[in-house]
Design a protein around this ligand. Structure first.
Ligand SMILES: NC(=O)c1ccc[n+]([C@@H]2O[C@H](COP(=O)([O-])OP(=O)(O)OC[C@H]3O[C@@H](n4cnc5c(N)ncnc54)[C@H](OP(=O)(O)O)[C@@H]3O)[C@@H](O)[C@H]2O)c1
Length: 298
């Protein structure tokens, strides 16, 4: 087999982190919706037949959780039908497929971290569409694919909670943030490095098929916002008070799981690195953003 890796959704935050963490041994082809819309079966087939990638990393997804409530068809087209296209063509060519999924496949009513084998029960359209993608992949190409579920991603690249908070800190000295949804903030850079490890050890990971990966520790969105405020305070001209509020005071179109913590034991056991606590990872990402001079902390 050749050393070609095809990455879908390459312009998203995870796709971008995958590009910059690529180990030298892999020759990487980055695509996004403009080069290869994963919902277009013929386009996908053409690219695969030309490139014949050894490995495909599917980082493409419809990720607008609230908008998905109104765009159900589109969410399913990308998150289910797109995965079906990738699974079918990967099977035909013999490419191995690493697919990324989400904590939102669970309803969050558990009090203990979700294991990969726990029963999913999504609460919203996005979660349902991602679960439909997982199920289709399991049916079409179980032997040639691995699913990695993650959560609460952020990066210096793209839109995410960290950047939203930084933007709001510039405009306001008081911010209300929900404190009754708990999960694990995860730097997409760390996830990308884990994914490359899976690519390098695909045969071992394919025995388990489904894994969970986030940074270490837990936090509410409120804790996360407080940490972002504290870590960046010395770079701003004013401090911001972050106030905890219940989810009922911040209604959203999509219902979100109250407890999104994933059990990472099986993934971490196989990884050759020590998982990083989310707060330490956040500090590193913010330093990177600060040093890039692309962000004005004001
Ligand atoms: N972000 C999170 O907090 C989070 C949490 C749990 C799991 N995940 C999962 O992690 C993966 C990566 O997420 P991310 O945060 O990197 O998402 P992202 O930043 O939204 O990136 C997704 C990329 O896929 C592209 N895309 C959308 N439709 C496509 C299509 N039909 N064909 C090809 N590309 C398409 C998007 O393009 P456009 O921007 O032009 O639409 C975007 O560049 C996804 O599977 C997501 O479900 C994310």
């Amino acid at each position: 087999m050749n050393n070609r890796v095809l990455i879908t959704g390459g312009l998203g935050q995870l796709g971008w982190e995958l590009s910059r963490t690529k180990p030298p041994k892999w020759e990487v082809w980055i695509t996004d919706v403009y080069e290869m819309d994963i919902t277009q079966e013929e386009v996908v087939a053409k690219v695969f037949r030309e490139l014949r990638p050894n490995i495909v990393i599917n980082a493409a997804a419809y990720t607008a959780v609230d908008k998905a409530e109104e765009e159900e068809e589109l969410a399913f087209r990308v998150n289910r039908d797109g995965v079906i296209n990738l699974a079918r063509v990967s099977k035909e060519i013999g490419s191995r497929l690493v697919h990324i999924s989400t904590d939102f496949v669970f309803n969050g009513l558990s009090g203990v971290p979700y294991r990969p084998e726990d029963e999913p029960a999504p609460l919203n359209v996005y979660g349902n569409s991602k679960l439909a993608g997982e199920k289709a992949l399991e049916k079409i190409y179980p032997k040639g694919s691995v699913v990695i579920r993650t959560a609460w991603l952020y990066s210096t690249h793209g839109n995410n909670f960290v950047k939203t908070m930084l933007r709001l800190f510039q405009k306001s000295s008081l911010l209300r943030v929900v404190c009754d949804q708990v999960g694990t903030p995860t730097w997409a850079f760390n996830l990308a490095r884990f994914i490359w490890f899976v690519v390098d050890h695909f045969d071992e990971f394919s025995k388990g098929r489904r894994y969970h990966f986030t940074d270490a520790g837990v936090a509410s969105w409120y804790d996360f916002a407080v940490a972002i405020e504290e870590e960046t305070r010395s770079w701003r001209t004013h401090s911001v008070e972050v106030v905890p509020i219940p989810s009922r005071d911040y209604p959203t179109k999509a219902i979100r799981p109250p407890f999104s913590v994933l059990d990472k034991e099986s993934a971490w056991k196989m990884w050759n690195e020590k998982p990083e606590h989310w707060r330490k990872a956040l500090r590193r990402m913010l330093e990177e953003l600060y040093n890039s001079k692309e962000w004005s902390f004001g």
